[in-house]
Design a protein. Structure first.
Lengths: 353, 340
């Protein structure tokens, strides 16, 4: 097992290095002058010379790459030329927003998707099964932004005055400024605590404010459901087909022959093995989630990683593009790594092969 | 046994499996298509696609107005007017239920009197007929998805074939590069590429195409690796068949099945990504009747004119759904493990 993990870790090093170079290249190939974009009407030759000097844009491109790689290893991701703030600050502020959104979406996807798949698979060709298949097909085909807008229309407009009404925005109700938990606890602030405090739900629990927790939850539901739909459909489909595969195996027949009840056969015997491929799908879904977050955050007016990246790319904010893309790509590689390890843990055949 | 000792008949026999395979292949595709029509979900997909293609081809005939025709002045309508559908049952004699239905529809704004001009899906913010634009949009959407995937399939196949057949360091470099590409969320990479090349439909297609190349390269490469070890390829080598011929006539045909499935599903993804690019304002110009763009332009009017968001959204969904259903059906039909 350890050998597998080490081998897998080593094989992701070249990929991580490639990612480093690609993020650098992506930031540079975006046309337009960063000075022009940052200073706008104040841009003139002297100001730009100073600007380029300050951010090192006048160095040869390879020197810039070298500085970038060196800086990354010392934890310095540069500074946003538009917001004049360190990229690491922006990350501690905005990564939690996307993290909370993606986690909620994945939770919904698994909690709804797996049982649906099991239900459909265990009653093959029943009405439930057909409904699930149809629903899953529609689910993977509906664009995140279309679903998001439809949800907004239904819950924030048509049902607005009913108890089912939900806010159209993903942000906390205007005026709600929760106290960061580390201040409430009298701790000195640091990056990690700040990061955790920016996860609204977690912070609300830690400062023991039920009203803020409910508010955060209400604002989270619509964006999370919009984002969850595609992975939910994929997971439901995967669970169903994988359960059907397992149900045809000999050991399941043995279990049935012993006279076990069908429920026990499915839950105790078949389900565990059929969840193996579902783990892989969950890992892969996270990539889709991050892509979908760009759209979801735009629709629900959230300042998370997706929205920031989009603004940075269109606004030629080199260091933000680099830093955030890097964070996303590294997260992606790590998630794949964890998925593979979990998979290997669950399925001994992978470890050997 | 040296080469000279092999009797001619055996050399011919060694060629035989390939021709036999070609026969079977033709049968395979015909069988697959038959299965596809029999399978209900795939049949639905084919039907949706057929309707979309018909709408796209005959758009100029079906559409009551032009793609960019502004109607406000000519007809005295306001922009973002709600759909006006003529429901007229006067020609059916004496069926009170229908009369009631007509009145009900009138009263609830689902239809409008025949004195007003008919706009099945209402008008957009510039006073253009949404139904006509939706029809012209089918042309753009179908074409864009197909072009993006075709380009990605050609490049990806070439890379996969080369990497798999040449092997060694070349294979390693190409596939690691593909890994790096796949480490970025596709949409993010596509946004970066479009921004680099400037917004527009063509660049959006290029971007969506580039980000999906690794998928096809991987599929083809894995097929190459397994086909390369087959006996009939070994026989070819022994007979001195050139590498190029082996790749094009033995390996490529054997990679087609997974490639076709992947490409069909790929069109679905490509359409989704193109729509997303348009939605964030990077694909298509505002005049173009591109569904994603139409929706994005009117997104802020969601609460007052939901029809402007609803119709393009549903069309995108139907387009994606059609290719997903066909792709799934093809996978089942072509899967040799599920024997017929």
């Amino acid at each position: 097992m350890l050998r597998f993990i080490v081998r897998r870790l080593l094989s992701s090093i070249p990929v991580l290095f490639g990612i480093l170079v690609v993020t650098f290249v992506i930031a540079r190939v975006i046309p337009g002058d960063p000075c022009q974009a940052a200073l706008q009407e104040r841009a003139n030759p002297t100001a730009c010379a100073q600007f380029n000097e300050r951010y090192g844009f006048d160095d040869p491109i390879l020197v810039q790459l070298g500085t970038y790689v060196g800086d990354v290893f010392t934890g310095d991701l540069g500074e946003s030329v538009r917001l004049r703030r360190p990229v690491t600050d922006l990350l501690t502020e905005r990564l939690p927003v996307t993290l909370q959104l993606s986690a909620a979406a994945l939770l919904i996807a698994v909690v709804v998707g797996v049982p649906l798949g099991v239900l459909a698979g265990s009653r093959r060709n029943s009405k439930t099964d057909v409904a699930t298949i149809v629903g899953a097909n529609v689910g993977v085909s509906i664009p995140v932004f279309v679903l998001g807008l439809i949800l907004q229309y239904v819950f924030a407009r048509e049902l607005n005055d009913t108890p089912l009404g939900l806010p159209a925005s993903g942000q906390l109700t205007a005026g709600t400024i929760p106290e960061p938990f580390y201040e409430a606890w009298g701790l000195r602030e640091n990056t990690v605590l700040e990061f955790l405090a920016n996860i609204d739900l977690l912070n609300a629990v830690l400062i023991w404010r039920w009203d803020i927790f409910v508010d955060a939850l209400q604002h989270l539901i619509l964006p999370a459901v919009a984002l969850a739909t595609i992975p939910m459909a994929v997971i439901a489909r995967m669970t169903r087909s994988s359960l059907l595969d397992v149900l045809g195996l000999d050991y399941v027949r043995t279990a049935r022959a012993k006279g076990l009840r069908e429920r026990v056969v499915i839950v105790r015997h078949a389900l565990r093995n059929s969840l193996l491929p579902v783990v892989t799908v969950m890992g892969l879904s996270l990539g889709t989630l991050i892509g979908g977050a760009i759209l979801t955050e735009t629709i629900f007016n959230l300042t998370g990683v997706g929205k920031t990246l989009f603004d940075a790319i269109t606004g030629r904010d080199y260091f933000v593009v680099q830093g955030f893309t890097l964070a996303v790509a590294v997260a992606f590689v790590l998630i794949n790594l964890v998925t593979d390890i979990v998979y290997a843990y669950l399925d001994p055949e992978v470890r050997v092969g | 046994m040296t080469f000279e000792e092999i009797p001619l008949s055996e050399i011919q026999a060694a060629e035989a499996p390939a021709t036999e395979r070609e026969h079977r292949e033709r049968g395979l595709w015909r069988d697959a298509f038959r299965d596809l029509r029999r399978k209900r979900s795939a049949a639905v997909g084919l039907a949706i696609l057929a309707v979309l293609v018909l709408l796209a081809v005959f758009a100029p005939i079906i559409a009551p107005y032009g793609e960019r025709e502004v109607l406000i002045e000519s007809e005295g309508l306001r922009p973002r007017a709600e759909p006006c559908i003529h429901v007229n049952v006067d020609w059916i004699p004496n069926v009170p239920v229908l009369e009631q239905l007509e009145n009900f529809l009138h009263a609830n704004g689902f239809s409008c009197p025949s004195s007003e001009p008919q706009h099945l899906m209402g008008l957009d913010g510039n006073g253009r007929d949404v139904f006509s634009r939706i029809l012209y949009g089918a042309r753009i959407s179908l074409l864009a998805g197909a072009v993006a995937v075709s380009f990605a399939v050609v490049v990806g196949t070439a890379l996969g074939l080369a990497a798999g057949y040449v092997g060694g360091r070349f294979d390693n470099v190409v596939m690691r590069a593909m890994d790096v590409f796949l480490a970025f969320p596709a949409l993010l990479l596509a946004i970066a590429i479009v921004t680099a090349r400037g917004p527009g439909l063509f660049n959006a297609i290029i971007a969506v195409s580039i980000v999906t190349i690794p998928v096809y390269a991987r599929v083809v490469r894995s097929r190459v690796l397994s086909v390369r070890e087959q006996d009939f390829v070994a026989a070819d080598r022994a007979l001195g068949v050139s590498n190029a011929r082996i790749v094009l006539h033995r390996v490529l045909p054997n990679s087609l099945t997974p490639l076709v499935v992947q490409a069909t599903l790929g069109i679905a993804t490509a359409v989704l990504e193109l729509a997303a690019l348009s939605f964030v304002g990077l694909g298509g110009d505002p005049d173009q009747a591109e569904w994603g763009r139409m929706l994005a332009l009117e997104r802020n009017q969601l609460f007052t004119s939901p029809h402007l968001v609803f119709y393009p959204g549903v069309m995108i969904m139907l387009n994606v759904l059609a290719f997903n259903l066909i792709g799934d059906g093809l996978r089942d039909a072509l899967d040799p493990r599920l024997n017929r």
